[in-house]
Design a protein around this ligand. Sequence first.
Ligand code: SF4
Length: 319
Amino acid sequence: MISFGPVPSRRLGKSLGINNVISPKVCSYNCVYCQAGKTYEKSIKRTTFFQPEDIFKKVLEHIQLLSEEYYPDYLTYVSNGEPTLDINLGKTIELLKSSGIPIAVITNASLLFDETVRNDLFLADWVSLKIDAGDNDTWQKVNRPASGLDFDKTIESINLFTNIYNGILCTETMLIDGMNDDADNLTSVSEIIKRLNPRTAYLAIPTRPPSEESVNPPVSEKLNMAWQIFNNNQINTEYLTGFEGTDTGFTGNIYDDILNITSVHPLRQDSLIRLLRNDNADFSVVKSLIKQRLLRSTIYNGNKYYLREYHLHINSQLE
Ligand code: SF4
């Protein structure tokens, strides 16, 4: 399950996803809104998940299977957890650069205290940093970081990285009703982001089923207030609140396409139906995956989604 898509991305066009973290999920955070489910393995220790040559080979094979229409605009690390936990991230980026396709990394920014992580990310053409909280209390509530991480040090490390990074820098702030959408937090977050001078600061809301059922998007007045606060701080701000579209890339292997995409985010029913059509398959594939307990469906905000089903050995790391 190393590569998937390309999926239509609101920020990156046709984005071929690279999942460089083993399933089900390893992350330094356990965000309440995570679309990849709860973090059962919370870690801040970099490790080997795959060999760089294997990722490189899989991605090149995947690209060769795509028609011209789906040639990716970006190769994007959007993992089943935190991509910088992969100790080989830099080596893999260097290999993938030979494809000529720009590389993007979507990271939660929590490991930037580590110089090797900063050096790896310097190699990427586009980096998005997650900044949801302007203070430690909100950070603990929304992102639920692994022990060993410190809020002030994380912000300091983000500054250290952005002072040197010369690719395209973006930030992403996920807004949750009643958790981080108050004026105080939004003001603090906007002050942190202003110092980073990103190309664009994205304000996101949960558009897919979250890890915690109680999580909801903010009311529209709060979203508007967030934009006003960022904008008043001269930050180029955009909403990331719409649906990406249904035009998902396909490889001809419908089982792999469905399982690879749903291991990173749930698939809305209309996207799934389009994918089935493109892969010349029918709904019996979905029924079979559900029967094998590899997929399940859920309703969120009036839409039906299909999620990857995992059979986890739950341990004490679960919060
Ligand atoms: S949203 Fe990202 S950073 Fe947060 S728990 Fe999920 S994978 Fe980790």
